[in-house]
Design a protein around this ligand. Structure first.
Ligand code: HEM
Ligand SMILES: *[C@@H]1O[C@H](CO)[C@@H](O)[C@H](O)[C@H]1NC(C)=O
Length: 327
């Protein structure tokens, strides 16, 4: 093979990497000159929201994930559906009504527009808000590389194609995360976000009754825990209440989630599979044992996730209102 071919291959493979994890183009302190208060303003808005309702921490971390996995971290999850146009991401059944917290981003953005108009992207506001939530919920801190630009497209139909459903196996989750440039270990590490927040009964109901031809109930679900879940979830129809994701420390972002998996108390199939599968069991056991190591890995994986397919430079725009594209 001649050197020009090798150069072409190297160029192509670096382009491919750039397409998935573009965070080399982001920079910690991106707004240092243009809006030095940016990250402080976001933190204030998040702290105010969490003071009223600590559940927003989980909501904002999940929102960042849902933003990044669909069209990259471009704030597309924040856009409202425009009347007469196809539904936006937030109106996909995966996001509605379970994804909440948009008003926290609105509050932060309103303060930012007052302090430094048309400067800070909604995608960055969300990345900062998720980081501040991790600090509040788990004393996990990391610097957020910023400089993301906002996308102008948001399609409900793209959500189901990109976000993994709760019944995925470890191998399916691996493939889903790999398509976003994230490793198997990143996937297991980031699943630790389920150490906070809640899930609706509909997200795990198939595990509780008529599971499959052999078992009425998922055999990888602790029977006592299953009985508790049944007591909280109506057998059919009507209400769809929520239960805590983590049985041990439901409000703290920590590694106890992995301890729960070892006890067969993972709430979603996609949680429990991480312990049941040979692919990932060792990672679960390690995370359960070494909390501080997991915390550092979580921080690094959040930064990596925050770099998925970002728009930078002159791409996209800086939205004035996170719910609508600029006109
Ligand atoms: C590994 C694949 C994943 C699957 C299949 C999955 C699926 C789900 C589902 C079904 C819910 C509950 C929705 C509901 O019924 O209300 C949920 C909640 C949540 N997810 Fe995930 N998730 C995954 C990964 C992640 C990642 C990577 C993060 C963040 C880094 C994350 C953060 C959260 C949080 C914080 C909640 C609780 C939200 C709240 O209380 O408002 N998840 N997830
Ligand atoms: C039912 O689920 C269990 C546990 O996942 C599995 O081992 C078994 O093969 C399944 N049975 C059928 C008939 O699908």
């Amino acid at each position: 093979m001649d050197s020009s071919k090798i150069a072409a291959i190297l160029l192509l493979s670096s382009l491919f990497v750039a397409a998935t994890a573009d965070w080399s183009n982001l920079k910690v302190g991106f707004y240092g000159y243009t809006c030095p208060q940016a990250e402080i303003i976001v933190r204030k808005a998040v702290e105010k929201a969490l003071y009223k309702n600590p559940g927003f921490a989980a909501a904002l971390i999940r929102m960042h994930f849902h933003d990044c996995f669909v069209r990259g971290c471009d704030g597309s999850v924040l856009l409202d559906t425009v009347q007469g146009m196809p539904a936006a991401e937030k109106d996909s059944p995966i996001n509605f009504p379970s994804l909440v917290g948009y008003e926290v981003i609105d509050d932060a953005k309103a303060m930012l527009e007052a302090a430094c108009p048309k400067t800070v992207s909604c995608a960055d506001v969300l990345a900062f808000a998720a980081r501040d939530s991790a600090l509040k919920a788990g004393y996990i801190w990391y610097d957020v590389p910023s400089g993301r630009r906002d996308g102008r497209v948001s399609l409900s139909s793209e959500v189901v194609l990109n976000l993994p459903p709760p019944f995925f196996s470890a191998a399916q989750l691996r493939d889903n995360f790999r398509a976003k440039g994230l490793s198997l270990d990143d996937m297991v590490t980031l699943s630790g976000a389920h150490s906070i927040g809640v899930s609706h009964c509909s997200s795990f109901a198939p595990r509780l009754s008529r599971f499959n031809a052999t078992f009425d109930q998922d055999p990888t679900l602790d029977p006592g825990y299953a009985a508790f879940l049944k007591s909280r979830c109506p057998a059919s129809g009507g209400d769809d209440p929520v239960v805590n994701n983590d049985v041990v420390t439901p409000a703290v972002l920590d590694n106890k989630y992995y301890v729960g998996l070892k006890d067969r108390k993972g709430l979603l199939t996609s949680d429990q599979t991480l312990f049941e599968s040979e692919l990932t069991r060792k990672m679960v056991v390690r995370n359960a044992k070494y909390g501080a190591v997991w915390g550092r890995k979580f921080a690094a994986a959040m930064v990596k996730m925050g770099g998925i397919e970002v728009l930078t430079g002159k791409q996209g725009e800086i939205r004035r209102n996170c719910r609508v594209v600029n006109y």
